[in-house]
Write a protein that binds this ligand. Structure first.
Ligand code: ZN
Length: 245
């Protein structure tokens, strides 16, 4: 089975449409949370993922948009976008977001928006945090989002010694073999990449051969930015899409 792994769409319809359009032959779509927040098309992104029967997790921005998470920890721009999103959500979208959970397990693979031990809030952005999380799930593979940076953390069992850990920055279009390791895999962000590359990021999971392949895809950034400006969303959020920051 080939699974399209996406995360942190953040209401960016142009990016989501580009990614889904580029991968029409996948068997399933798994979205690791933060469908909404920051961008101009929350309802359209939710509808599109629902028509794909995508497995969706709840992220912190999804929780905030339905009023279920205190936004005092958000910065000013994120809070402004959250308030905008809360007003823009249809009743249907609101019900859908509230039905989601921040973690799940499918076919023996663990899924969490943030981390296994704190699925809503924790960022697995370095190896020391990854190491602490390997003891908090049983599966060989855990998929996470939330940091907006594509990364793979691995733990390898070593006979008569402590396990060895490593961080891998995945190469686009190059299958990364997960066999022989336990791993925490982040496919990056579709709608607001933060690794310095403005192209949408996602991964393809080959569940039979247990590989993940990072993909980067150009989309119509200018169109998303224009819609954000029209919606009155904060200028910093508009600008950062150009820089992938
Ligand atoms: Zn996010």
């Amino acid at each position: 089975m080939t699974v399209l792994l996406i995360s942190d769409v953040h209401s960016n319809l142009q990016a989501l449409e580009a990614v889904l359009g580029a991968e029409p032959d996948v068997d399933a779509v798994w979205c690791l949370g933060d469908i909404v927040g920051y961008g101009p098309n929350p309802n359209e992104c939710i509808s599109l993922l629902r028509t794909q029967n995508a497995v969706c997790l709840a992220g912190n921005h999804d929780r905030a948009a339905t009023g279920d998470l205190d936004t005092s920890t958000f910065n000013t721009d994120a809070r402004a976008a959250c308030n905008w999103t809360e007003n823009a959500l249809s009743n249907d979208s609101w019900d859908f977001l509230r039905s989601l959970h921040p973690s799940d397990s499918i076919d023996g693979i663990q899924l969490a928006h943030g981390s296994p031990r704190d699925p809503i809030f924790e960022y697995v952005f370095n190896l020391s945090i990854a190491v602490l999380n390997f003891d908090r799930f049983d599966a060989d593979v855990c998929l996470v989002g939330h940091t907006h940076v594509p990364l793979i953390f691995t733990r390898q069992h070593v006979p008569d010694g402590p396990p060895e850990h490593a961080t891998a920055i995945p190469e686009p279009n190059t299958p990364f073999v997960l066999k022989g390791f336990r791993s925490i895999v982040n496919p990056g962000s579709v709608g607001q990449p933060r690794d310095g590359d403005p192209e949408a990021a996602y991964m393809l999971l080959d569940s039979k051969n247990l590989t993940v392949t990072l993909k980067r895809l150009a989309y119509d950034v200018a169109k998303t930015q224009q819609l954000m400006q029209q919606a009155g969303l904060p200028a910093n959020l508009v600008q950062r899409l150009s820089h992938g920051r």
